[in-house]
Design a protein around this ligand. Sequence first.
Ligand code: PMP
Length: 361
Amino acid sequence: MAGIEPQPGIMEIALYVGGKSTVDGVSNVIKLSSNENPWGPPPMAQKAVRRVVHEMHRYPSTDHAELRAAIAEVNGLDAARIVCGVGSDEVLQFLAQAYAGPGDEVIYTEHGFAMYKILAHAVGATPIEVAETERVVSVDNILAACTERTKLVFIANPNNPTGTMIGLAEIERLAMNLPPQAILVLDGAYAEYVEGYDGGARLVDSRDNVVMTRTFSKLYGLGGMRVGWGYAPQAIIDVLNRVRQPFNLSNIALKAAEAAVRDTAFVQKSREENSRLRAWLAEALAEHGVPSDASTANFVLARFGSADEAAACDAYLQSQGIIVRRVSGYGLPAALRITVGDEASCRRVAHCIGLFKAGAR
Ligand code: PMP
């Protein structure tokens, strides 16, 4: 195959490793590795999918008008400025494809989501990783890293895998001080877990350089359906729709998501239970000598004394049928990210970490 080469940057990509779902020889695992909603899928989405099964021979909508209208209605947004993708990953990909290329720089933060770097490489741009301050995004560090080649700045707020977030005033300061050719992408995959936070929607309304992305994979309980969306100034939406494939979302995924947006009872219950159990889990871990940062999302970042201890705890949990997420690839080798599960799962993981700290191996 000499002479056949991929585009520059492609071989720099470290393959994305998803959360494990199985442990050899163990049935009934407790999966707390992918920040999924333990109470999902939403009942209204299940009903909608059963109805749409009869439409499988039809192509889906190309403009996603019904889903966009539902999202706009529930969130108080302008439907014309929403774009839907195969997970929010695809919306992030549209942004990279449309706005960054060879010679351009794409900024993300030290413990930021793995896809930002992958997408930069995929389009031949240069990924620029910026230091955080004690696992919190630093606006000053980002601004200091900006150049005339910066095209995209990705921040997850709340951030995965730290669970921390920065306030809207800081985000606005960042947006106001970016170089004129740069877009700030506020990745709100976990935004709905934060009471009273709009993910940056009002900022998108007031500025021409801010885009917000959201997902149905977390609070809305539809990780397997692969639906996400972005909210942006009209000029950016018009660009993103040019790189979007016309039939990117299946009619099943579209109907499931539309029903999920309107399943307010499910969403409310999931949010409340998550807050309650997250606080419980963080406290239980602290009692076992495992601190975590104050999380605003649906997971906690449990910190151990060393990378070895985190690895040993991970192995012990797996032996007990519990899967959590190692985050060494995110610059956090001494930590484990634990999704907030249902009550029984939270109690079980806390109990096993307690046994591990007391000497079980
Ligand atoms: N952004 C962040 C910060 C995430 O953690 C994830 C999921 N791991 C995503 C985006 C992508 O999610 P999805 O493609 O399922 O919407």
